[in-house]
Write a protein that binds this ligand. Structure first.
Ligand code: CO
Length: 184
């Protein structure tokens, strides 16, 4: 089911620390439903990631997928489902890039955030198997953003420069100008 209205910044659910899922939770059909709702809602809204608290479910699950769109210049990423994730390594090197969020003015506001360039994350799959993934580039940034949601943190908490906040139209224009300059 596609969730039409995501909780927005100011809603206490976004500030709660989400709960780990037990082995029994993983077998609960409700968990499968949350995952399906996350995937459907992410795709319908054109997001590159979404975390369970954004559907009002305070559990440690998020999904990530980068599909091609007209305006997106990100590297494509397959669908990945992260359950009980833990980031256990972060690069010292950091990068600053613009982010938005479906739970902050419905994804219509963007600002610069500093993130670790690379991370290693461990997570469960729905069968309870543990996986380890090293992420760099866009995937690393998206994963850190979604992971923060599980700890009640929003990207607006981490802006490097409030004066660089942009609305949707100015953000698109900036991206377009940037890519134009890259082609020269
Ligand atoms: Co978000």
């Amino acid at each position: 089911m596609v969730i039409k209205k995501l909780p927005q910044i100011g809603d206490p659910i976004l500030r709660k620390r989400a709960k780990n899922l037990t082995f029994r939770d993983l077998r609960d059909p409700r968990t499968k439903r949350i995952i399906k709702d996350l995937i459907d809602t992410m795709r319908e809204r054109g997001l590159v990631g979404i975390a369970a608290p954004q559907l009002g479910e305070s559990v440690r699950i998020f999904v990530v997928e980068v599909r091609p769109t007209k305006v997106r210049k990100l590297e494509l990423e397959p669908l990945r489902i992260f359950i009980n994730p833990r980031i256990n390594w972060k690069s010292k090197q950091t990068v600053v890039d613009y982010e938005g969020c479906g739970s902050v003015l419905n994804g219509k506001i963007f600002g610069p955030v500093r993130r670790h360039k690379s991370i290693v994350i461990e997570y469960d799959d729905i069968e309870g198997g543990r996986h380890k993934l090293k992420a760099t580039g866009n995937l690393s940034i998206i994963v850190q953003h979604e992971y923060d949601h599980l700890n009640g943190i929003l990207f607006t908490d981490k802006l490097t420069d409030n004066k660089k906040i942009l609305d949707y139209d100015h953000y698109l224009k900036m991206r377009k100008d940037y890519h134009k300059s890259q082609r020269k």
